[in-house]
Design a protein around this ligand. Structure first.
Ligand code: MTE
Length: 451
């Protein structure tokens, strides 16, 4: 019987548990710490199993003396926990490391900050509600739904105030959509800034939302179609979040949503009511929605006239650029992870477009010289995450992994230098460039920019 451990395709997870402020500034330092930690924990588990580190032949092999098979664990012989021990189910204790996290040092006040989705650890296209990214301008609230009201007013014949019961009696739809903050990947405009995909791309999530089409509410209030051109959404939190939405979009696929992934919205994501504006940057998805106003011109509110604008190379700002263009990222292998051996790996990632469906994703392992077309997993939905996968056999040499998305309008995700030619390097929003992950000969994966 062979005593050789089969090692192909093993990977050390990204160091999601212990990113300090110091680490965030220096990806190299962080990798060194992680490797040191993983070496010592491997040594510790060998010791716990009674294996001296020089006793190589004693390493367990599946089916060949593995104590995990030979010694019956109590979960095979004992009585397990009763039903409803956790009335609201929680992830396994062994998955504790996978959490949304604040990027150390990014903001001064946690109530006006971001917690990023750990994209490196999610599967498929739905983001678990507890891992959905959070972005608040003035903290979040758990609002009593019996007291929450939505007012619809302005250029309508019958202005109305709806209770949550009123809204939940109306015809509803459920749709799967991504939401991406316009500032996702913002830190990477000028240079590489953060080590892992959680911090470089984690201001995007994808959920099934349930609610009433905004068109139904506007019709219910008798919208004045001759005069109306824009709709304003306003939130009930202290940030006075107000955003203008053009009428054609408001009547198209915008939802006034109360459901997310089969349950009510989580408080952090706008409970009990939020706008869902598919394909448009997250700031327009007004949370804790309390007012809709119909008007005939843009409101030029602070969050569209002064913030959420694009600084162009000539020093002028572009306003009202809401659409999130096609973008993709390889989530594994990705920054901070370490490939342990040569051999087979499944390269997996996510692609999305604010203009429609993803048509194709190409993957390169040599920094963009050669490309292969990845497999798109179903479902492929409009303005939603699309999961892609492709096989790769790592030969142990240096590699640069990239993915390039194309949507059904024919738009192709640009390289970082192509984007900079048009947008400069001092912008914040709408950074959708191709992401590069460098695999070093020692297996360490790091964030690099390739032109
Ligand atoms: N709505 C209100 N009322 N207050 C806010 O601070 N933040 C906006 C938007 N809606 C915000 C808001 C921003 S900038 C984003 S990116 C999304 O909500 C984030 O939604 P999420 O926290 O559910 O991920």
């Amino acid at each position: 019987m062979s005593t050789e451990v089969k090692k192909s395709g093993r990977l050390i997870k990204a160091p999601e548990n212990f990113l300090s402020k110091e680490d965030a500034k220096s990806p190299a330092l962080m990798r060194r710490k992680f490797l040191a930690a993983s070496v010592s924990s491997a040594a510790a588990s060998m010791a716990a199993m009674g294996l001296a580190s020089n006793a190589r032949a004693a390493a367990p092999v599946a089916g060949a003396g593995d104590p995990n098979i030979l010694n019956l664990p109590t979960h095979t012989t004992g009585l397990g926990q009763p039903v409803a021990a956790n009335p609201y189910g929680m992830p396994s204790q062994y998955e504790k490391g996978l959490q949304r996290r604040e990027s150390p040092g990014l903001t001064r006040v946690s109530a006006a900050s971001v917690a990023f989705t750990p994209l490196q650890g999610t599967f498929g296209i739905i983001t678990p509600s507890g891992l959905h990214f959070e972005r608040h301008h003035q903290g979040w609230w758990d609002i009593d739904p019996s007291k929450h009201r939505l007012m619809v007013m302005g250029l309508v014949k019958n202005p109305k105030v709806y209770t949550m019961d009123d809204i939940m009696r109306l015809p509803s739809v459920s749709r799967i959509h991504f939401i991406e903050c316009g500032a996702n990947t913002a830190m990477e405009w000028g240079n590489v800034a953060v080590p892992t995909v959680q911090y470089s791309h984690g201001m995007v999530s994808c959920s099934e939302f349930t609610g009433v089409p905004l068109s139904v509410l506007l019709e219910d209030c008798g919208i004045d179609m001759k005069k109306a051109k824009y709709v304003l959404g306003e939130g009930a939190d202290g940030s006075s979040m107000t955003r203008t939405i053009p009428l054609d979009r408001a009547l198209d696929d915008v939802l006034v949503a109360y459901g997310m992934n089969g349950e009510m919205l989580r408080p952090e994501n706008g409970y009990p009511l939020r706008l869902v504006v598919p394909g448009i940057q997250g700031v327009s998805w007004v949370k804790w929605l309390r007012r809709i106003e119909v008007g005939d011109q843009k409101w030029a509110t602070k969050d569209e006239a002064v913030h959420y604008i694009d600084l162009m190379p000539d020093g002028l700002h572009r306003q009202y650029t809401g659409i999130q263009e096609a973008k993709s990222v390889i989530t594994t292998p990705s920054g901070g992870q370490t490939l342990l051996d040569k051999g087979f790996y499944n390269i997996s990632g996510l692609a999305w477009s604010g203009r429609g469906k993803i048509k194709r994703v190409d993957v390169s392992v040599d920094g963009g010289r050669n490309w292969r077309t990845a497999r798109l997993e179903t479902p492929v939905l409009s303005k939603a995450f699309t999961r892609f996968n492709i096989d790769w056999v790592w030969n142990g040499g240096p590699a640069i992994l990239q993915s390039r998305a194309q949507d059904d309008t024919g738009y192709v995700q640009p390289k970082i230098n192509q984007l900079r030619e048009v947008r400069g390097t001092r912008s914040i929003y709408h950074q959708n460039a191709i992401q590069s992950w460098k695999v070093a000969e020692n297996g360490e994966v790091s964030n690099v920019q390739v032109y």
